[in-house]
Design a protein around this ligand. Structure first.
Ligand SMILES: [Zn+2]
Length: 246
């Protein structure tokens, strides 16, 4: 929902950076629909795209909002017209990446717990003892967690995404879509490296042809590989999150 503030007191409407992220994100979903070349509604646009790849175009678009060059072209102080200063931009990036490692291992913990809960514990065979749920979570935490909550903590009781939110065994898709979208964006970074601009028409045409245009008419992983020329890699996401050197 692009529910943005309107103009106040005779001044132009001002968007926060977060509003702009939302606008770009939703535009990605819009482009997915608008640029489809599939005639069959059930698999055109975002229809029929696997749950864990449906956010690829939208999260891909968000990346532009963190690029210095792009922000220079679309920011202006409401009174002076001055573009975003570099010092403020650097602070925004630092704030975005603050504790991104902790955020990532937390998401890994949620994702792995969700997948193992649904694949290893069989509720159809009878009630699952709560001790088993907690010991499963402990196993996952020993694998990926850095901070361990106190033993009385009952996180699974409020993990509403996977019980009421439709994300059962699908929580991992949040992180996976970030891997895909960061890796896809890296194709633009590579194409633009020599010429100082991310806006590479050839790469853009390929993104349209192989990802946006085909919708759910083939497996999303095939579309990704057709665009990128290889399997997805995590490297770009780690770099964008400040976990490895840019
Ligand atoms: Zn979305």
């Amino acid at each position: 929902m692009c529910n943005f503030p309107g103009p106040v007191g005779g001044k132009p409407a001002t968007f926060s950076h977060d509003d702009v992220l939302t606008l770009f994100h939703e535009c990605g979903h819009g482009l997915h629909h608008l640029l489809t070349k599939v005639e069959d509604l059930a698999v055109s646009g975002i229809h029929g795209v696997e749950w864990d790849a449906v956010e690829l175009p939208s999260q891909f678009m968000e990346n532009f909002c963190w690029e210095w060059d792009v922000l220079q072209g679309m920011t202006a102080h409401v009174d002076t017209g001055e573009r975003l200063p570099r010092a403020l931009y650097d602070k925004m990036i630092a704030a975005k990446n603050y504790q991104s490692g902790m955020q990532t291992v937390r998401q890994l913990e949620f994702s792995m717990f969700d997948l193992r809960l649904h694949s290893e514990l069989d509720a159809a065979a009878g009630p699952v003892p709560v001790e088993r749920v907690m010991s499963l979570l402990d196993e996952v935490r020993r694998e990926v967690a850095v901070l361990f909550p106190p033993p009385w903590h009952r996180f699974p009781h409020s993990f509403s995404h996977i019980f009421a939110g439709g994300y059962a065994a699908g929580y991992y898709s949040y992180k996976w879509a970030e891997v895909l979208s960061a890796d896809a964006f890296e194709a633009f970074e590579e194409a633009g490296a020599g010429k100082g601009s991310l806006l590479d028409a050839q790469t853009g045409a390929r993104f349209w042809r192989e990802i946006l245009a085909v919708g759910g008419s083939r497996p999303a992983i095939e579309s990704f590989k057709a665009f990128r020329g290889r399997e997805p890699r995590v490297d770009a996401l780690l770099r964008h999150n400040g976990m490895v050197n840019a």
